[in-house]
Design a protein around this ligand. Sequence first.
Ligand code: GLA
Length: 667
Amino acid sequence: MGGLLGPGLAFGGDYNPEQWDEPVWREDDALMRQAGVNLATVGVFSWALLEPEEGHYSFDWLDAQLDRLHANGVRVDLATPTASPPPWFTLAHPEAMPVTADGTRLTHGSRDTYCLAAPAYRRAAARIAGALAERYAGHPALAMWHVHNEYATVCYCEQSAAAFRVWLRARHGSLDELNSAWGTAFWGQRYGSWEQITPPRATQWHQNPGHLLDFRRFWSDEALAAYTEQRDAIRRHSGPRTPVTTNLMLPGYQVIDLWAFGREVDFVGIDHYPDAPGVDAGADTAFGADRARSFGGGKPWLLIEQGTNTVHTAERTLAKEPGDLLRHTLGHLGRGSDGALFFQWRQSKAGAELWHSAMVPHAGPDTRIHREVVALGAALERLAEVAGSTVAAEAAVLWDADAWWALDTNGMPSADLDYHATVRRAHRALWEAGVTADFAHPEHDLSRYRLVLAPSLYLLSDAGAASLRRYVEGGGTLLVQYFSGVVDARHQVRTGGYPGALREVLGIRGEEFRPLATGATAALSDGSSGTVWSEDLRTEGARAVLRYASGSLAGRPALTRHAFGAGTGWYLSTRLDDERYAALLARVLEECGVAAEVPGLPPGVEAVRRRGPLDGRDTGWLFVLNHLDTPVQLPGITAGRDLLTGADVPGDGLRLAPGGVAVLREP
Ligand code: GLA
């Protein structure tokens, strides 16, 4: 079966040969061959070298590098260099430099020195993308196009303002509509002309929530337009057989709507750098990987960047333990990645990222890290047959950029409402239960899922509400968590009782939110307690499964269950501790018939399955990862051949060393 980019799995990383010279290139060739590298991402930040003066290109050096890689059997993920405009661009177009919300215009000297909405930048970016495509579309090394790098910047300049106004006219049609959508009657914010509207720059006091939300939507659309312009410039020269994509940012960044990008890229590519060790890194990897698979609609996808070891962040640098490299990579592969790329091949000795790890560390190839890289290359060759296979899930966690952006504004009833953390927690609880989960948008057809979780789905559009209703009516199980469905797509409260959009489906009516102070608890009828949030809630058809047990809410429902149509709507109005939350999920999973991939695995041991044809037969590959620092024996896994070792699983169950892994072709 073919993978995304040809037979087998992709393996390699960002390759920046312009930082080195001939003897190093020769060593790179030998080391790449030895490690089994078959894909190199080239040119990500090379704009100043490729176009040293406006309109004058210098391609000879890149010709030579691509020819050399090709001769060495390495295919190329060719990037457009638009995340790092050359110094001449800044001097010629000072108006295209980004401006922060407080009005500071940033200067040259780093990367991402541009405003995505600046016409001069957009023209220059599309031009270099087209020029690269014209030159290299037919190059035999070319495997894929990598547009830009991590769309993540935001700008509040006058050019952003102009583009924002155009976007607002298209969205709202008239100023009256805009004023009504944003509720500008409050605080006398009514706009009398389009020119009066600016990006939501720094203000004295709370900003208008509708304004903030629309700006984030606008900015995401602007970033997507910047992407599709480059993609189309490439397509004018490069045929449909060479896919075009971009590397999407880490899960915690929320500048673009990833569903929208998922629709426009030929396949999803992500960068992922877990920021915690041990089991947490396993959970984080699964979170990033499940998102990547979901944004692409379930197709295979590609891990475009990860670190071999330390990742420099503002706060600290997290070292990987021996074995982490293989296990983290398999965490991505098990969830659908058709390969593993790193940032970067050779560790820089100068420049802003000189302390970021690489496949060839500062100390050279005779190092633990490089040996693990070589071993990983060999492992990926043994796993070639999984390329192109897919992952299926029966559970989904709802994820919506609008809901995140809306919740992420000032003036919320509690500072402890955190969209990303709440979604991550829901996903993690499923991961710990051994259940593979997709992410889904509320407006998707959800009927293929037995269980859907809606954590902090603060904003819910009318279409989303109708979709969730259809889902439950049709037999689905929906578990909604507090502060969901309370505002509409304009960021206006749905009045008449909370959670407005879901009251009927959930059979409840909330009158009053009772956020809990940091550290405060609300006693519950089973002896446990909730934190963060509580509500004055009545049932209207639902059954109270748990009640508040003290204070003025004593006796009021805290957790409810409602039979609706052929399905069930659950509502959880407080934050349960980890143990009770897991117990609730276990109960709901059992009720709706969703089982773990492998029931009964110890906590910290992960199993996930890919499926696809092998020699004409439907085949399953079970990835089993021991994130613990102790050995485990797994009596629940008694069959299959480990592709990594060639050994059959013993009848008394798979054994894994501390941090150990297996990829079992199932009989
Ligand atoms: C991102 C970027 C890379 C590099 C790494 C370092 O993923 O795309 O260029 O900066 O971060 O972690």
